[in-house]
Structure formats: C-alpha cells, structure tokens
Design a protein around this ligand. Sequence first.
Ligand code: HEM
Length: 176
Amino acid sequence: MSQQRGLQPSAHGRGFFLEPPLLCITREEGYTGNMLWIKAFHIVMVASWFAGLFYLPRIFVNLAMVPQDSVAEFDRLLLMARKLLRFTTLLAVPALALGLVLWLYYGIGLGADNGWMHAKLGLVALTMAYHWQCAVLLRQFAGQTNTRSHVWYRWFNETPVMLMLIIVVLVVVKPF
Ligand code: HEM
C-alpha cells in the first residue's frame, strides 16, 4: 500500500556517484504539480522558521552579556526577542501544516517501511521542544531570573543547526 501511495526515491537518488551525469532532468513519476507547490512552500516556511530559531538564541547571548545597569539596552533586546519569537512561531505553523499535507494527504513517507520519515518526525518533535524552550528562556529573561551565561547560550544556539542538518539529510538522502 505504502509502496503505491508513497513516492519512492528516483533511480537518480541511489548510487549517484557511480552514475553518469544527468543529461536531461524529467519530472519524477508521481510528483504532481500541486504537490510540488506545497513542497516548495514547505521548504520556504521551514527555512524561515529555522532562521528565527538560529537568531533568537543569538539575542539571548547578547541579553546574557548586558551589564546590570544597561536597562535600555536590555529592554531593546528583550523587545526584539519577543517580536522574533512571535514571528517565528507564526512561521512554524504553516511549515508543519504543509509537511503534514505532504505526509498524510500525498502519502510521501507514509508507512512502516519509511524509517527516514519516522526519524525525521522524532527530530521535528525535538525542534518543537527547542522552540518551546526558547519561549521559556525568554520568560526568564523578562522576569530577570536568567542564571545562564552567554557561553551556555552559544552552545544552545548550535542545537537547531544540528537538527536542521540531520533532518535535511534524512529527507533528501533517505538513508533508511
Ligand atoms: C510535521 C512536520 C513535518 C512533516 C510531516 C514533513 C513532511 C515532509 C514530506 C512528506 C516531504 C516530502 C519528501 C519527499 O518529497 O521525498 C517533506 C519535504 C521536505 N521537508 Fe519536511 N516535514 C515536516 C517538517 C520539516 C522540518 C522541520 C524540516 C526542517 C529541516 C523539513 C524539511 C524538509 C525539506 C528540506 C524537504 C524537501 C526534500 C526534498 O524535496 O528532497 N520538514 N517534508
């Protein structure tokens, strides 16, 4: 069932190092126009969402470095962080919704034999947890209860980089 509904990697997707370069690229079988539009917007929304997840912890790094007496600077960074969190949350909704359409409606990656999709969904759940954690940390800054150093936030900032890297490899290479 999933073999029919789910789109399988093209012949070009396997062992491409051994194959000659493509002379002509055709639309892969089963990839309809509407689905490609949805996939295009899924990628744009996901990229925009992650841009927020990359930048928000950078603001936290700066917030953690503000001297006690620089109230105006602290407030300005806090406002920036609040606006960015709101905006990036708005972007996450269509990114996830379009992904669900590709998965559940078009059946891409649907079925027990699509290990890459299960792994991807696990990492998407971690990404959502990271997003939530950003909101929690922002509330701590707003309440003046942050106890973490700017170095901690620098490491925290690396998490979405790793998440995006692994998700993109999973969804493009489909290694299992
Ligand atoms: C509810 C969450 C998500 C679901 C259900 C979902 C589902 C899907 C599906 C079914 C595809 C089509 C795969 C194919 O054509 O082979 C896709 C494409 C893609 N997804 Fe997601 N996705 C989700 C979230 C994400 C996230 C958080 C990222 C972040 C990196 C992401 C990155 C991508 C990329 C880069 C593609 C294009 C792959 C390609 O065309 O080769 N997705 N997604």
